[in-house]
Design a protein around this ligand. Structure first.
Ligand SMILES: [Zn+2]
Length: 134
């Protein structure tokens, strides 16, 4: 797995941001897991990100699907007819992508909440919050 280079962007929260970026699974490029196989529909052959999704699909001949694909990262598009097994794998990859996005959302929500709690505690310590604020 490729280790990403990160720079410290600000003083107090730099360390926290680095940890957060490490936790965000959808930030990782697909190349880290190996080159695209022809039947890995979720990986973009142009930019290598694993963000390709179907914009349209229809059943073709039995056991095959016609699928229109789009990469939101580089606007690569392609349409093709793929075997059921390839489409099933694509479906699994999309499910994993959805799970990764939901996990990222949970991580971000927790980080935002922690930051809010820290700021609130800081404001309380400096007597910046008074009863008339409520
Ligand atoms: Zn792309």
């Amino acid at each position: 797995m490729a280790k990403r280079h990160a720079t410290r962007r600000d003083g107090a929260h730099g360390g926290k941001r680095l940890r957060l970026e490490d936790e965000l699974r959808t930030q990782r490029p697909a190349e880290a897991e190996g080159a695209r196989r022809a039947d890995d529909l979720h990986i973009c052959p142009e930019c290598g990100r694993d963000l390709v999704y179907p914009v349209d699909w229809a059943q073709a001949e039995p056991g095959f699907w016609h699928v229109a694909l789009r990469c939101p990262e580089c606007e690569w598009r392609e349409s093709g007819t793929y075997h059921q097994s390839v489409v099933d794998r694509f479906d699994e990859a999309l499910d994993k992508g959805t799970e990764a996005l939901l996990e990222d959302l949970r991580v971000l929500m927790r980080a935002n909440l922690e930051e809010e709690i820290e700021r609130f505690g800081e404001a309380l310590r400096h007597n910046l919050i008074l009863p008339e604020d409520f």
